[in-house]
Every structure is written in C-alpha cells, then in structure tokens.
Design a protein around this ligand. Sequence first.
Ligand code: Q9C
Ligand code: ZN
Length: 677
Amino acid sequence: MGTALIYDEEMTKYKLLWVDPACKIEVPERLSVSYEALVRTGLSDRCVSVPPREASDAEILLVHSEEYLEGVKKTPHMTLEDLKEFTLQYGDVYFHPNIYHCAKLAAGSALQLVDSVMTGKVRNGMALVRPPGHHSMRSAASGFCVFNNVAIAARYAKQKHGAERVLIVDWDIHHGQGVQYCFEDDPSVLYFSWHRYERQKFWPNLRESDYDSVGKGSGAGFNVNVPWNEVGMENSDYLSVFCHVLLPVAYEFCPDLVLVCAGFDSAIGDPEGEMCATPDIFAHLTHLLMNLAGGKLCAVLEGGYNLTSLAQSVCQTVQTLLGDPLPQLANLRSPCESALESLQCVRSVQRRYWSILKHAGKTATDSATTDVSTKLIKLAKAEEEKAETAEDERSQEEKVWPEPAERLRPPVCSVSVLPDDAACPDGLKRLVSSKDLGPLLVSRIRNRSMEDAGDADGVATFSRLYTLIEKMRTNEVPSPSTGLLCGNGVALVPDVAAAVDLNCFHSSSFRVLVVCVGKEELNYATADGKMLVVQISGEDKEEQKGKYYIPVCLKKGCGDTVGFIQAVFGLLLPLGYEYDPGLVLLVRMPGSGVGDCMWQQLIGLLKGFAKGHTLVLMQTNDGACMGPTASALLGHPAPPLQELLTPLPDDGGALERMRERLQADWKMLQTTVSSGN
Ligand code: Q9C
Ligand code: ZN
C-alpha cells in the first residue's frame, strides 16, 4: 500500500495582479518549488501519482453557500477593476481570472486524496494545492483561501465513505477559523489547531481563536485551539503540545480518517510565522499521526512562504508518509514558559471533555493558584517587552538553518533472531550468521545462559543478538554483500533479562532507551545514563532509583488501555525525545497483559526514536505475539484502539503526580508554568 501524491502545474497558473503587501507572499513558486524538491530527491517517483479533478458544485456546497459560489463563479469573466472590487469584500485574499478553476482543482484534489485513501488504493498521501483553504468561510474568501478544501473533504468523507469520526490537525501557523466555524457544533469532526496568536494581536485577530473556544452544543470539546503568544517556538514546544494535548485526545477520539491542514508557515524562516521549528519536525508530527485511523492520513497543503523551508518541510512530510526511518532531532531544548502557559490553559479547559486528560494539572502547582496567576502576569509583561524588540520580517528571510540531514532510505530490512525450530514471519530476514565474539564475551554469555536459562542454544542465540545490535548501530549504509540496511528487529530469546544485560555491557558508545512492558527483576546499570529504563507494569513494588530508572505502575495492569496510553504520551514519548537514544530496546515480559493492538501501537510510536533502530526482545515461550510484532516492525499501521471510546474509571492521578515529580530531571514532562519565580 503506497502513498498518493497529487500535483498539477495548472494550480501555479494564477497570481497577484496588483500591489498588495498583505498578499505578495502567496506566489505560484510555492507549489513548483515544493514539487521540484520532491522530484529532485526521488520521492515523487516513489509515490502513486493521482490526478486532481474539479470539485463539483454539490461538493463545494457541502461547506459554502450558493450565493458565495455564484459570486466566485463570475470571477473568470471579470475585468481587472472588477476583480479588485470583488476582492475588497474580503480580508487578505486576491482574485485572478484563473483562481476559480484552481480553487475547484484544489478542493477536488483533496477529494481525490480522500477517495484514494478511503478505498484502500493507497495508505496515505499528500495533495500539493493552491489556493489554500482553511481560512475560507461559508460565504467568504479569506487569507489567500477561496474554498475550504479540507472542510469539504471532511464532509465528503463522512457522506461518501461513511467515516463516522474525522480528525483535522491544522499545523499551519494561522488559525483555520473557517474550519472551526464549519464544525463548531459537530462532534463527528474534531478540529485541532495551533496558531500564532499573541493575545489576539496577530491575524486574524479573533477572540474565538483562543484556547477557551472548545466548540458549541454537542460539539463542545471537539474544537482544540492552542494559541502561541510568542514567536520563536521550537521543536520542543511543538512536540510538547503533541504529547500532552493532541495525541491523548486524538487517540481517545479514535478517528476513522485523519486530515492534515499541512501549512508549513510554522517552520523556521517563514515571514508569517516567525517560528523556529526545523523542517525535520514535520517528519515527527506526521509519524505521530500515522498510527491513528489505521494509517489513513491525507495531508493537504495550506500555507508556507519561505520557499526553502517550505520545500524541505514538504519533503520531510512525504518521506515519512512513505515509511522511511525518522530523522533524529538534534538538541531538543525545554519547552518555553509561554508554550507551557498555553499548554496548561488548553489542558485545563479540555479536561472536562476528555477522560484521558481528567487529571491534567489539578495537582501541586495548580493548587497554588495565586502563584500561577502572578506568574502569568509576569509572562505577559515579558512578552510585551520582547515584542517591542522583535526582529522584523526581513530577518526571517535571512535566517539560516542547516539543511536536514539525508535520511535512511529503503531497502531497510527488519531482522529476526530466532531459535532454530521457530518459523520466521513473512517479510523479516532471519539472521543466521554471527560474528566471533571474543572469549570474554562468550564466557559471560555462557555464564548467564547457564545459570538463567540452562539452554544449550543460549550462546548461539545471544551471539546472533549481539551481531544484530552491532549491525543496527553501525550499518548506516547498506551492507555491500546484501545491499540491505538493518533497520529494526525482533529476537526470541530464552531469557530476556539475560539479553538486556548482554546489551548493557557492550553498549557504552551509545544511549539505549529500554522500554520494559511487564514485571521484571533486573539490576539495570543506569547510573551512568547510558541506559534509560522505563518500565510499565501492573505492580507497585519498585521505587524510582535515580534519574534513569523510571518504573510506571498501572494499578489495573498493562491491559488498562487508558492508563497505558497516558503513560505512553505523558511520559514515555517526551522522555524519549529528551533522552535521544541511539537504540530502543523494547522488552516484553511474559504475562504482561498488554493487548495486541496496544503492543503494535507502542512499537509504531517507538520507531520515531533512534532513526527507527528498534529491537524487540521477547521470551521464547511468548511467540504468539510474533505476528503483531513483525507487522508493526515492517511499518504496517497499527489497528485503532477502539476500547478508548468507552474508557473505564482510571487511576491517572498517580501518573500525573509521577510526572510532576520527574519534571525537575526531565523538562519535556512539564505541562505547567514553573511555580515560584
Ligand atoms: N503580513 C495561509 O497561510 N495575512 N494564509 C497576511 C501579511 C494573511 C495566511 C499579512 C495571512 C493568510 C493559508
Ligand atoms: Zn498559514
């Protein structure tokens, strides 16, 4: 199952015909440079090319009024003077004799993409379109937008393909007020948007773009706004919002389809956004959404006005949709205070509607309400001072950042290490050879496997495992003999404890994130920070030992999906991003109680770290989940977690308290402004 790419040169064939400083950044080259970058990098060749079509009147009327459509229909025949006058009714938009044609193609492209994904012709895809859509309203053009491409696509997916729940993620730096208005009272469409806001000083300057617009009537809770009150937001700010707001809510919503308002004016160098997130962040944002809705994701271009940053961001998005290993995000910083304030506000209004956020921020810091409000006043003052000294638009164009590093590309293989009598799942490569390990290592393996497993195969299995880890660590280029690059793997070993230990004594050259699901007695060597161990289990015996051993207890065990998801998004992912491992070891203890769907989701999500170098360790007698494991390693999307639709009473309070405790050591766990001063 592939990735669709929709592009047509026709949509470059309209432009601003008069002088208007507000509109001069919306140029035809936005589309051509994006497409050319995909061609140059060989990405477009790997996609399924899908042609656009014109949206029909009936389809446009799913969102827009007849009067508005009739008005736009007249624009191809207007004189320049008439076009200018028609344009004057609306804000920050321009018309051209060919824009109506392009707007029908842009909306139709989104519909073609939805058709391709919903019928299973492809898994996911991206449409490169102009004009953008998310600002246009029922009866008005706005912000370069004529028809609301993504809103039309959402209604169409419901009507034509029976989608019951559609998630719209708007990562463009402007608020898609058109999308918000369209679905405000509709609980079947969840709209998430982050946007430059600056306490209403930034366009479109709407009161209803703030965090407290949560939707109306039965749609309450289905509109999630994250206002950015300062410019300069970075990768860590974006990831925090994904981990602590969007992803928990999106998983609880359990969509049948994900639509992305994929604007790249939220990237560094953009003159509108003035943010500092690098283009490779879009690889991660895309990846984090790819296990929702069984992988059905349609990205539709919105904004993006720095041609360099735009083209790089588009490539990162498409390469991720294709399933290539993720880039490592270099030196992630802590989320800034202003971002934390937004996060805190959003979580505290949304926790009324989402059981997964029920415990958000109602502990220690929140009880000191006066402290927090003093802090917020200070923050607002600091913002004002900053705004006065802010760099102007020109300096954005001159901003420099390193070009994203070349990413690993196929053929990347998934490898298995198995006992001789176990069958290798389809699609995985069985590792049979192993390196000479040296006498010291052999004797250590022999000692461990004798005492712990008493298995004669032990040495052979462990030496293959050792070889596999070495390959993942060092084979950043395809092996000359096989042409293959070793991406991830799974090992069935007689004793997972011994296997973790084996890794531990030769891994001193890189950091290992060990995720242990289920109860395990081990003496992890975590003191030096070479390993970070996160253990999710149903038992409450273990105490946290130092910064690098984090036991997470779910009172109702690993079968508690809500608890597990809270632990994954609230703790594991932010910790992983901050720790930045070179290898992820996912250890599955027998009898952990984790369900197959959750297990696949976990593998899928962990593949975002360490350039996809994930090694799953399971015990030989636990081979039943080999199928789901192999499927997730091969990059098949995990099935949706339906059980989140009717969550059980949870014990998330304990998790929240744990997160608060760990915040001193791990900044990505913060979700509130720091109390005190
Ligand atoms: N400084 C989209 O990104 N304001 N539209 C321009 C110029 C309008 C952006 C002000 C921005 C509209 C799809
Ligand atoms: Zn925008």
